[in-house]
Design a protein around this ligand. Structure first.
Ligand code: PLP
Length: 359
């Protein structure tokens, strides 16, 4: 099938096949990666290589720590304010979709969260210009969701923050889809299960000088200092998920790194958006053109019945998981790194044929 799921999502076929070949006996060790001590030399080589390859891919500066954590991006909604703020500090939020909204609501429990811009009234279809932002002087950080998975809104340029205010980004659904200047951020976080691996591991990239200032009540599993001091091995890590991420990082490097990946992603996304825009309103994408996501492409049709028919017929042709998120309806095609161009071409062909039959 061609899998358009938003997450957990498609992984590169060659990576899954490699994992399959090593599943029972990892590189002659006589053990599966799932069966070995996370403190043994075999697993240490896996996590160290994964980190080295991720550093290479994103050109992560030396003064940033890379942490492999658990609990999903959702746990970071609490961990970030707990680690970066006192309960009296203010954290600003730009809310461009449901995930940014969730991050804001959770942060409010641990600091003074403040929404400085929300796209809710326009059903989250845009991203503010710098001039529309009224950031709080002295705010500890400004939080953005770099790609809103449900609404399909993606930052192309990142906002500037005032003076010492840190920029913090949820990159769960566009992590490793394009190059990023890590040095612009205080912290970047991402759940793995869209672009880089199975659910179960969450990557946090955090500037080293920000570590070690957690609120006293911070649970030990959310304290970056603990994880940093223990090289992400304070407790048993999600070994298999980290191993899979490592294979994906290796694969991305062998494809030419993130510049090459971005070029492919732009081409795939253009195919799909061009088909939507050329349909003369038969298909509609609600997102403003300059911030359309390269990863998640939502679109609607005249009626929910027609959309259901479209999805049913796509599924009969092997194109699955195209239903929009339950909170917004419509159709959503997620076209992460591992989606081949041919998959998008098949979808576009279905769109054209479906339209021809319905006008
Ligand atoms: N942030 C974004 C942008 C997401 O797409 C998701 C999940 O889809 C989350 C956060 C929550 O991630 P998790 O389910 O790993 O907690």
């Amino acid at each position: 099938v061609i899998n358009f799921a938003a997450g957990p999502a498609i992984l590169p076929a060659n990576v899954i096949k490699k994992a399959q070949s090593e599943l029972y006996n990892w590189r002659g060790s006589g053990m599966s990666i799932m069966e070995m001590s996370h403190r043994g030399k075999e697993f240490l080589s896996v996590i160290q290589q994964a980190e080295a390859d991720l550093r290479d891919l994103l050109k992560i500066p030396e003064n940033y720590e890379v942490l492999f954590l658990q609990g999903g991006a959702t746990t970071q909604f609490s961990a970030i304010p707990l680690n970066l703020c006192t309960s009296d500090d203010t954290a600003d939020f730009i809310v461009t979709g449901s995930w940014g909204d969730k991050a804001f609501k959770e942060a409010q429990k641990y600091c003074k969260g403040k929404v400085v811009w929300t796209g809710k009234a326009e059903k989250y279809s845009s991203i503010p210009n710098q001039s529309e932002l009224n950031v709080t002087v002295g705010a500890k950080y400004l939080h953005i969701c770099a790609n809103e998975t449900i609404h399909g809104v993606e930052y192309k340029d990142y906002p500037s923050t005032g003076n010492d205010t840190l920029l913090v980004a949820d990159m769960s659904s566009n992590f490793c889809s394009k190059p990023v200047d890590v040095s612009k951020f205080g912290l970047i976080y991402a759940g793995a299960q869209k672009n880089i691996g199975p659910a179960g591991v969450t990557i946090v990239i955090v500037r080293k000088d920000l570590i070690g200032k957690a609120q006293p009540s911070t649970p030990i599993m959310m304290d970056y200092k603990i994880h940093s001091e223990n090289r992400s091995l304070y407790n048993t890590p999600p070994c298999f998920a980290i191993y899979m991420c490592g294979l994906v990082f290796g694969d991305l490097l062998s494809q030419g790194g993130l510049e090459a990946i971005e070029r492919k992603n732009v081409e795939k996304a253009e195919l799909l958006y061009d088909a939507i825009d050329a349909s003369e309103g038969f298909y509609k994408c609600p997102v403003e053109k300059n911030v359309r996501s390269l990863m998640n492409v939502p679109f609607t049709m005249a009626t929910p019945e027609m959309e259901a028919q479209f999805i049913k017929e796509a599924s009969a042709q092997g194109m699955v998981q195209l239903k929009g998120h339950r909170s917004v309806g419509g159709i959503r095609a997620s076209i992460y790194n591992a989606m081949p161009r041919a998959g998008v071409e098949r979808l576009v062909a279905h769109m054209k044929a479906f339209q021809a039959r319905h006008i």
